[in-house]
Design a protein around this ligand. Structure first.
Ligand SMILES: Cc1ncc(COP(=O)(O)O)c(C=O)c1O
Length: 366
């Protein structure tokens, strides 16, 4: 703490990302990274970057990348925005659409960056509890949970994090119909792995924003590249906000690599299908070890070793002990010591070989 900090900075509780421990013996299943490398075409594109492209500022509008994304998703270029990871786009969207408005609604158990952005930007959060089965209670959003001042918008990930459970396109449509005067922001960071994307609804709903990332399905977390899709007036709102903060969030290398990634559809599909296959195997094995596993549409699984009674009878470890014991063996998964989450583990889907190492260590703890 420094006396020079503003009161706002003194009050912040920043987001804590999963540990980025390195080493050949580390089995890293804690930050939902893709275990496979990016497309070889991406690596070629990065190697082909000319020194002039680095000497100069990049295209502030990422025109070619946005045109490529627009074509891929069947949209117009002015319905596409790009940023330095979807985290940055979420922050810009919170500034552009939610700051200064009544409370922002999001699920109580969800991406833990949302409350952090709320604190930074002075937005009041209105956290809507999940249903008993851990699904997002979309029927409780909007007017149903509005405060006296109303509500300033809605944000949720689809699939949700850290549960991995997705909502259907029909549910999203119903939500959009009922909340036409508010921005509904759907964070599709994990939609590559099976959830129905709401991008197909962009032309019908002027209040819809969908964010996507190159970090998960496209193996490019280190590049920091994300995109948003929305009606052109909402995109213009994001551009105005970006240009009042940082005109060049997407560097020249990221623009080139992003285009190459989108152009290699078959590599992308192969990687996704390998991860989905390993996910199905992982769920089966966790089931057979007696874990409660939520139905995941993401590249991670949320699993619980069961309640205290079951554990004591079976003399079994709880989530905290399992997390710690695996960590000591350099097998990294994610654990939150927070109400509602403290007996759950989030396990990123790795390669088959990494999952083998994970299960070997886990079975020894059971
Ligand atoms: C739900 C959710 N949204 C957004 C992000 C941000 O991803 P990125 O900034 O790498 O695009 C993450 C990252 O883990 C996430 O879990």
């Amino acid at each position: 703490m420094s006396e020079y900090w503003t009161d706002l900075v003194k009050s912040l509780t920043p987001y804590v990302p999963g540990a980025q421990r390195t080493g050949t013996d580390v089995v890293k299943l804690n930050t939902n990274e893709n275990p496979y490398p990016p497309s070889p075409r991406v690596m070629q594109a990065i190697h082909s970057v000319q020194s002039d492209s680095l000497r100069r500022y990049p295209d502030p509008d990422s025109t070619q990348l946005r045109a490529t994304l627009a074509e891929y998703h069947g949209l117009a270029i002015d319905q596409v925005f790009t940023g330095n990871g979807s985290d940055e786009i979420l922050a810009l969207a919170f500034m552009a659409f939610f700051k200064g408005k009544p409370a922002l609604q999001f699920p109580q158990i969800s991406y833990s960056f949302y409350p952090v952005y709320c604190d930074l930007l002075g937005i009041t959060p209105n956290k809507i509890p999940l249903n008993a089965d851990y699904t997002i209670a979309l029927d409780k959003f909007g007017a149903a949970s509005a405060t006296a001042e109303g509500y300033g918008g809605i944000v949720f990930p689809n699939p949700n994090a850290p549960t991995g459970i997705a909502v259907s396109l029909a549910q999203i449509k119903a939500l959009l119909e009922e909340n036409l005067s508010q921005v509904v922001l759907i964070d599709e960071a994990y939609a590559d792995f099976g959830a129905e994307s709401a991008i197909s609804l962009i032309n019908n709903y002027p209040n819809l924003v969908v964010t996507r990332t190159f970090s998960k399905g496209r193996s490019l977390a280190g590049l920091r590249l994300g995109a948003a899709f929305a009606s052109s007036p909402l995109i213009e709102g994001l551009v105005r906000t970006k240009d009042s903060f940082n005109s060049y969030p997407v560097d020249a290398v990221a623009q080139t690599a992003g285009i190459a990634s989108i152009q290699d559809e078959s590599y992308y599909q192969q990687t996704i299908s390998k991860i989905c296959h390993t996910r199905a195997q992982t769920i089966k094995r966790l089931d057979s070890l007696g874990y409660r596993v939520l139905p995941s549409q993401a590249n991670f699984i949320f699993a619980s070793p069961g309640d205290a009674n079951e554990r004591n009878n079976g003399n079994r470890n709880g989530a905290a002990e399992i997390f710690k014991a695996l960590d000591e063996q350099n097998i990294l998964i994610r654990y939150w010591n927070k109400p509602g989450l403290d007996n759950w583990l989030r396990i990123t889907i790795g390669t088959d070989d990494q999952m083998e190492q994970f299960f070997k260590a886990l079975s020894a703890l059971n």
